[in-house]
Design a protein around this ligand. Structure first.
Ligand code: SAM
Length: 238
């Protein structure tokens, strides 16, 4: 919905489709899985601990209109902004630490694109429910759970609520106790669930971007098991 460091927009199609009529993203960020394809039409519940990120969602869900979004001023390279919704468009994990940021060409362009994307898609989120708080505050219901926390390897990464604050064993235990379909995301250091390779993508500066997944189908399973069929790992080098 908006530019966000670590968002799953480009890879959302690689994850299993939801088996349930309710999708819960307990680590919302930009909620790319719930936005993907027709997933947004379902009952969607997002949970986000960062009050600034939750604030963007509250505005999008409760009050923003397409006309209002399109009327928001463009950013100009070199000017300064202290608006968090601008700052997330800087396309760097460090952006979360800044209170004020000088607009870069990347930021100017990302914001221009995001305004158009948000205006065109704002109708999709009006029925969504936002919970500002910890992931564990999500309702205990049978659903498709898309669990995409700050990755374990990202020590010192940018989120205000990042990997340093996470108890991954507690997360694993909580996740396994969810009812329904479970889709858990991690990077190459993910070791607290029986993760398997999903993707191995080219990142910046020659780095590889490895995505792991743990998928447990729910009783409403409508598709073949993830690793028996179409979601075979791609270009994975262990
Ligand atoms: C990897 S991002 C999610 C990206 C998202 N899937 C997307 O496509 O944009 C993780 C998010 O979880 C949030 N977060 C971190 N700790 C949390 C917690 N304990 N409970 C809920 N949200 C948390 C972070 O602020 C961040 O927005």
């Amino acid at each position: 919905m908006f530019y966000y460091y670590g968002r799953k927009k480009q890879v959302a199609k690689r994850y299993p489709r939801p088996d349930y009529d309710t999708i819960i993203e307990p680590f919302a960020g930009a909620a790319s899985y719930a936005m993907h394809d027709s997933n947004w039409r379902k009952t969607v519940i997002i949970v986000e601990k960062d009050n600034k990120v939750a604030g963007i969602w509250r505005w999008l869900i409760e009050s923003a209109t397409a006309a209002e979004i399109l009327k928001m001023p463009d950013l100009k390279v070199g000017e300064k902004s202290s608006e968090f919704i601008h700052i997330v468009h800087a396309a760097t994990k460090m952006a979360f630490k800044y209170k004020t940021i000088k607009v870069t060409p990347v930021m100017e362009r990302n914001w221009e694109i995001s305004k158009r994307v948000m205006a065109a898609n704002i109708h999709k989120v009006k029925h969504w429910k936002l919970i500002e708080g910890n992931y564990s505050e999500a309702p205990d219901v049978e659903a498709t759970w898309f669990i995409d926390p700050p990755y374990k390897a990202q020590a010192g990464e940018g989120y205000a609520h990042g990997s340093g604050a996470m108890d991954y064993h507690a997360l694993a235990s909580w996740a396994l106790n969810r009812k329904g379909q479970l889709i858990c995301c991690e990077g190459s250091e993910g070791d607290y669930l029986p993760f398997r390779p999903l993707l191995d993508l080219a990142g910046v500066a020659g780095k590889r971007n490895k995505e792991l997944i743990y998928h447990r189908s729910g009783s409403k399973q409508s598709e073949p098991c993830l690793f028996d069929h179409e979601f075979t790992p791609q270009r994975w080098v262990s």
